[in-house]
Design a protein around this ligand. Structure first.
Ligand code: URA
Length: 442
């Protein structure tokens, strides 16, 4: 065992040795508060090396963390950066975080809807990586819309308009940025304490008063089973509650993609349909369910979000929110240059449309990126014309693929092989409900 007081790479004396911290977790012990504070901070400063943090992350994946321990870890991640404070606003705040899914455009109608009901929504979002889309990429398909706002601009927009969706600055939980990149290349993304602390450190640092989590379950989600999703939801609800943020989680299905589109401008178009009082039933159901939870958590349980969608107040808030960030709400949305249609081969009932395959196809068509610096195509993506349970006829279009670069159609079609299942009429089709469970503080 090394003696404490080891000199780190910066030449300063450090209170712990990284190897001792790794060994403690490897042997199944709880890390002390001081160890947690130190290791998170020292890793961010570059004193704990990547290979040491990789070993610690793997030990956490294998041996887990206790509730207090992960709360301390989250607080230590928050302490590496700035913390926003919206307590001076004239209305309460509530935010939503989704663990990511295919066709998940819910933030777009949800933020203005909740704002229209009197609760401010400070939504710091990211760009898409892999098969799930990013909210900022979707909004950037609106001509003129700007993702980067200063903290002052954000506060002014929250007070004036009531909703802001913008890019998270690099100042929030910088430890997470470094640790997430490391987990990505060391097989440790799936550690539930690390996922929970990663998400919650950013949400708590963002300064929201209430938080509703949409934890996705199914092929198109991080969490493939309900059991895993419940464990993650419980860990995040505990972290939020312990940090003084009123936190609730809904567990929702992601074995089928949401709505009828996956792709940037395609999803904005669908969100506008919802804001206009129409849109696919599942998108409306989830938007309203999440809005009700956000309003209740923010102390406004009597507001009726369904009425605010129907009477145009949510659309007015959308126009104000997009316009405040330079977006031209009346400009036509970009459309892909080429389309290709996939038709039903036989009469019957659509039994399955696999979320992961649709997300992968949209990504291969150009809607997503492989590396974070890659550009995305605004018009690219997948549209589906039936949902599980719908009757279909031979020759009827089932999917339309959109891209500016037709050489991508082949790989997108490969992604969709086996993803669409049509069964003869009369065959029982098991439909998974959208809302699977709810996890709240006891
Ligand atoms: N999203 C995050 O922000 N962090 C994780 O660890 C997983 C998903």
């Amino acid at each position: 065992m090394s003696a404490p007081g080891t000199t780190g790479t910066t030449g300063t004396t450090e209170p712990f040795d990284a190897v001792d911290v790794i060994v403690a977790k490897r042997d199944g012990h709880r890390l002390s508060d001081a160890q947690v504070d130190w290791v998170v901070d020292a890793y961010t400063r570059g004193v704990v090396a990547d290979e040491q943090m990789s070993a610690l992350a793997m030990a956490i994946l294998l041996n887990g963390m206790g509730r207090d321990e992960v709360a301390r870890w989250t607080a230590a991640m928050i302490a590496t950066g700035e913390r926003l404070d919206f307590s001076g606003l004239s209305r309460p705040t509530a935010d939503k975080h989704s663990t990511g899914g295919v066709g998940d455009k819910i933030t777009l109608p949800l933020a203005p809807l909740v704002a229209a009901c009197g609760v401010a929504v400070p939504q710091l979002s990211g760009r898409g990586l892999g098969h799930t889309g990013g909210t900022l990429d979707k909004l950037e398909s609106i001509p003129g819309w700007r993702a980067a706002l200063s903290n002052e601009e954000m506060t002014a927009q929250l007070e004036g308009v009531g909703a802001v969706i913008c890019q998270a600055g690099s100042g929030l939980a910088p430890a997470d940025r470094k640790l997430y990149a490391l987990r990505d290349v060391t097989g440790t993304v799936e550690a539930i304490p690390l996922i929970a602390s990663s998400i919650m450190s950013k949400k708590i640092a963002e300064g929201t008063g209430a938080l509703v989590l949409d934890v996705k379950v199914g092929t198109g989600a991080f969490m493939k089973s309900l059991e895993q999703a419940r464990e993650l939801a419980r860990a995040m609800v505990d972290l939020g509650t312990d940090a003084g943020v009123r936190t609730v989680a809904l567990l929702t299905d992601m074995s089928t993609p949401l709505g009828l589109t996956a792709g940037n401008a395609l999803e904005v178009r669908e969100s506008l349909e919802v804001l206009a009082g129409g849109g696919p039933a599942d998108v409306v159901e989830l938007t309203v369910a999440l809005a009700r939870e956000m309003l209740a958590a923010a102390g406004r349980p009597d507001e009726d979000p369904a009425a605010a969608l129907a009477d145009g107040r949510a659309m007015d808030a959308w126009r104000a929110m997009i316009g405040a960030q330079g977006g031209d709400v009346d400009a036509p949305l970009p459309v892909a240059r080429e389309t290709q249609t996939v038709v039903a081969e036989a009469d019957g009932v659509l039994a399955r449309l696999d979320a992961y395959a649709v997300g992968l196809a949209a990504w291969r068509l150009g809607a997503g990126r492989a590396r974070k610096e890659d550009p995305v195509q605004a018009g690219a993506g997948v549209e589906w014309h039936a949902r599980p349970g719908d009757a279909v006829r031979a020759g009827q279009p089932l999917l339309t693929l959109h891209t500016d670069t037709p050489e991508r159609f082949g790989r997108a079609q490969e992604a969709l092989e086996g993803a669409v299942e049509v069964v003869p009429a009369g065959t029982p089709v098991a439909l998974t409900p959208l809302l699977l469970d709810r996890v709240a503080a006891p």
